[in-house]
Design a protein around this ligand. Structure first.
Ligand code: ZN
Length: 145
């Protein structure tokens, strides 16, 4: 699987393995073998010590929600289409998106597709999981646990 199949449309990267692992159900980080700093999203080089000797490490996917918002005009492949209204074009349902803090404070961003935004609370326990969209692209979703 190419990295372009991840939802961000990036096709030039030194961390191509990230999308392959997501497709396999794992959310991966990188860890600097020299200074021990861990990165998510994964980085090929360590901004802390400038080293490039990195190892891949699966992250723990449960954590607490740091923050969230809703996207009113999501990328089309994330959108839930609503019926057409008179005198308007296509309407989309606002989609919640949040940042989950997992092990060692790593921030994992993901869509929150199965919850009413009024029921989402900062600090709630959630789990991040890879999710394959109908068009084959892969993203990350957050669900309460
Ligand atoms: Zn380092």
């Amino acid at each position: 699987m190419e990295f372009k199949n991840f939802s961000l449309f990036i096709n030039q990267t030194k961390v191509n393995r990230f999308a392959d692992d997501l497709a396999g159900g794992k959310i991966m980080s990188t860890r600097c073998k020299k200074c021990g700093k861990q990165y998510y999203p994964p980085q090929a080089d360590c901004p802390s010590c400038m080293g490039s000797d990195m190892e891949w490490k699966e992250i723990k996917t449960e954590g607490k929600l740091l923050t969230f918002t809703k996207i009113h005009v999501p990328p089309e492949h994330f959108a839930v289409r609503q019926p057409l209204m008179p005198f308007s074009s296509i309407q989309f349902e606002p989609c919640p998106i949040g940042i989950l803090e997992v092990e060692k404070g790593l921030p994992v961003m993901g869509w929150i597709p199965k919850m009413d935004i009024k029921k989402i609370k900062v600090g709630m326990k959630m789990k991040a999981s890879p999710f394959t969209l109908p068009d084959g692209k892969i993203t990350i979703v957050l669900e309460p646990i």
